[in-house]
Design a protein around this ligand. Structure first.
Ligand code: GLC
Length: 425
């Protein structure tokens, strides 16, 4: 069996495991602790920095009848998506809320796993949130998510290293390559990004594809990922590793945190990452504290700078026995106070428009205006109920190109075939 066939099998297995587990789960219900409180349960990523616990603590003090069970799951978003899918397929009430990535929402909503929120959050109340985050919370005209965290990918750079060589901040792919080549050393690599086979790879690649004037899937359903612009973009990323040698081959194993660690240790000039990395890099003791700048991702010939729109929010499980209490928690996390805390302590970008002009926030976080510029370039991944399947296909073939098992053209042609099939089903 070829490497790709094995990988494809493992992807199919990954998608099948939830189906099998769901059948097992369907038999069991959730046991409630006997403490007289209503328990609201959800699955989250590890609470790095501990700010979610602070918000939960405040919520529980304000709502003594409710206990929040935040289950800190694996840091891999793909794994958490599987865990939610498993429970929901079994119509299990394991989770009252789902903390969902913008990328999962169409699938979860199309499956009927989420309760529409239009009655609880009508348009006039929802208008306080950023339009992109609201858009990403809707499916077929209905609202399914309270936006909690906004997100957009961008380019981090070392101000000190560029200044030492008199190099301006790059705005095009060619300038990025040239600047990286001039500043990198034996110990400091040029450019790190998320190159592992997972959802984050698709986010990073899409920014380059859009930057080169390409696209993946147009809103009217045309698959364009095999067009020359997209092929040129993927070629640029492959060249970054093997020809320009500005990216180490190790990027093939990097998710967000691996890239951040290398950059934060002072071992890279440029990095593609999300806003959360900023705060961690400014912490006391961080070798790059005060030395980092951020700009929208560079563009290639014929394209425009673009950020992949990310973001997270609370959706209400259709199987929850405590929807009222669960929604209260979602609202609490979306409040001005909680969003301020999450941003100032955890670097989590707010979804409330007003916080981008809040004097206290601007004083505490001078980089907020740069973040605003990045978000202005944000573009969503295709809003499609079979996005996880499309993403799997793209991950598989882009990854094969980055490890030189397929040429960029072969990779994107193969991905396009699978994406067209998924779109047509
Ligand atoms: C960030 C984004 C999310 C994306 C993920 C990929 O968490 O907010 O939308 O899917 O990164 O790793």
């Amino acid at each position: 069996m070829t490497g790709n066939a094995i990988k494809l099998e493992s992807i199919m297995l990954r998608r099948l495991v939830p189906v099998i587990l769901a059948a097992v789960l369907a038999a069991c219900g959730r046991a409630e602790p006997d403490d007289g409180k209503v328990h609201v349960r959800y699955l989250a990523s590890p609470d790095v920095g501990g700010f979610s616990k602070v918000i939960i603590d405040r919520f529980e003090r304000a709502n003594p009848g409710i206990k929040v069970d935040m289950i800190e799951g694996p840091s891999s978003g793909d794994a958490r998506e599987n865990m939610y899918s498993t429970a929901f397929m079994a119509k299990d009430d394991a989770y009252d809320l789902a903390y969902v990535d913008v990328a999962w929402l169409p699938k979860f909503a199309a499956q009927g796993w989420l309760r529409p929120l239009d009655d609880l959050l009508p348009p006039d109340k929802a208008a306080v949130f950023l339009p992109g985050d609201l858009e990403g919370s809707r499916y077929q005209g209905r609202l399914y998510r309270v936006p909690i965290q906004s997100d957009g990918g961008m380019l981090y750079y070392r101000k000190d290293l560029l200044a030492a060589k008199g190099i301006p901040v790059p705005r095009t792919w060619a300038e990025l390559v040239a600047a990286a080549r001039k500043t990198q050393t034996a110990d400091i690599t040029g450019f790190v990004f998320q190159g592992k086979q997972y959802e984050g790879l698709v986010c990073a690649v899409l920014e380059v594809v859009w930057g080169f004037g390409g696209d993946l899937l147009t809103p009217d359903g045309e698959v364009r990922i095999d067009r020359p612009e997209a092929v040129a973009a993927l070629q640029a990323l492959v060249d970054a590793i093997y020809k320009d040698k500005i990216s180490p081959q190790a990027v093939l194993t990097y998710q967000e945190e691996e890239a951040r660690n290398v950059f934060q240790e002072g071992r890279a000039v440029f990095m593609r990452n999300w806003p959360y990395a900023w705060n961690l890099m400014q912490k006391e003791g961080s070798p790059v504290r005060g030395k980092v700048g951020i700009v929208p991702m560079v563009s290639g010939p014929g394209g425009r700078s673009a950020a992949t729109l990310g973001g997270w929010g609370f959706a209400l499980s259709a199987y929850s026995r405590h929807p009222e209490e669960a929604y209260k928690l979602a609202e609490f996390f979306a409040s001005v106070e909680s969003q301020k805390l999450a941003f100032l302590q955890g670097g989590i970008l707010p979804t409330r428009k007003a916080l981008y002009a809040d004097p206290a926030v601007l004083a505490a976080a001078p980089h907020m205006k740069d973040l605003g510029r990045v978000l202005a370039t944000a573009r969503p991944r295709p809003v499609h109920p079979r996005w996880p399947r499309m993403s799997d296909a793209l991950q598989l073939h882009v990854s094969a190109a980055l490890s030189r098992q397929e040429t960029p053209e072969e990779a994107l042609q193969a991905a396009a075939v699978e994406i067209r099939a998924a779109a047509a089903r």
